[in-house]
Design a protein around this ligand. Sequence first.
Ligand SMILES: [Co+2]
Length: 472
Amino acid sequence: MPAAKDPNAAEESPSLGLPAPDGAGPSGGDDHKASDGLSKAQKKRQKKKQAAARKNAGGSSVPADGEGLEDEGKVTDNDAAPSEVKEGKDGDMLKKKKKKRKPKTSQTCTQTDPPTIPVKDLFVDGKFPEGEWQSYGADNVWREKSDEMQRRVELQEDMINDARQAAEVHRQVRQYMQGYIKPGMTMVHICETLEDMVRKLIAENGLDAGIAFPTGCSLNHVAAHWTPNTGDKTVIEYDDVMKLDFGTHVNGRIIDCAYTHTFNPMFDPLLEAVREATNTGIRETGIDVRLCDVGAAIQEVMESHEVEIRGKTYQVRCVRNLNGHSVAHYLVHGANSVPIVKGGEATRMEEGEFYAIETFGTTGRGRVVDDLECSHYLKNGAMGYVPLRMPRAKQLLHTINTHFGTLGFCRRYLDRLGETKYLMALRNLCDSGIIDACPPLCDTKGSYVAQFEHTVYLHPTKKEVLSRGDDY
Ligand SMILES: [Co+2]
């Protein structure tokens, strides 16, 4: 989810804080129960099958069919000594032993296909996979060898483990969606499939774990902030370019990560340009690095690409008023913007910050404006108490505070909570400055915009590309 620099202003202006998330929802209770039920059933079955599984130790994962529950027996037998011994070396044996009392399941079991098992039930030692590690530049390599820095890394282990869990959910969901999305599907179906899967895999629980912001699925010249409102009939087509930008969080540690989905290979060079630009931004990112230098490096790579689409050649352009951004606790848009063109701010990145590094390449003019019906909303964190006269607005604000807090939400998320006829109240909340509307951001009609995005953490020693996967 990008931070937008005043899309409709004549030129540059400060970025607006984008909210993002959405919590779980009571009315979504069904999903929730279903996932709990699943994991209980899973555990039962697993016990039964444990003997068999032992014989099979190291058994490879096999996708289960349909419900996939049958698959649980295919686990690695891990409640035995070897893993205990390994963990002893980490020095946090005590904690682990505590967690391990009477292992309910073995350490790894395999995900079903389609995915249904909460990721936390797949990693029963409670440790989620690390992202991709990258070293900082020469000035900062001393950090990797410093015991003091290493100690600081260890102090953040629990916090970063939450982010890793959110990242693992993101990877599993998007990789499933990559094989699932087909031309002819409605955008509503795509989003609901994805969102239901996130809710299950993250074991959605109020504001403790869930979706971090609306599922962006902006098409073609629409760069960002579009998701269907209820009743929307838009269908994805073979020649569409869809930016699938969704967020997950555990305890407010947000993963903001996106890729571009296409069917027609004629768009491959455009996607390649943007993927390369994003990876350049990630490589440049680091402690003490100036934000403007990241932007300049991104632009250089992006705009070195030419693409041919339907016989016409375009130089790929960066969308100059869209930005990456820092990510704060429960806030998808932190204080800093990461430009994707030269000429940005000289502010330096700091140890302990999360950054969403995202770039947008386009065949259009390289500047977005607000257009189309709004779906995305976000609480304005800077706003103090505002007295509200309209009772319906008060009530709606209560729902928003309860389920989303400072996370982003969309109209569909209100609908599923049972809210109806809220548009007037929502308008009132926007007019009073409590809620920001984040309308779709569009380049010129007929153009194509692509996006890739990852969330990176600046550890004291190295950076970790938390959301990196085999796919991108
Ligand atoms: Co973002």
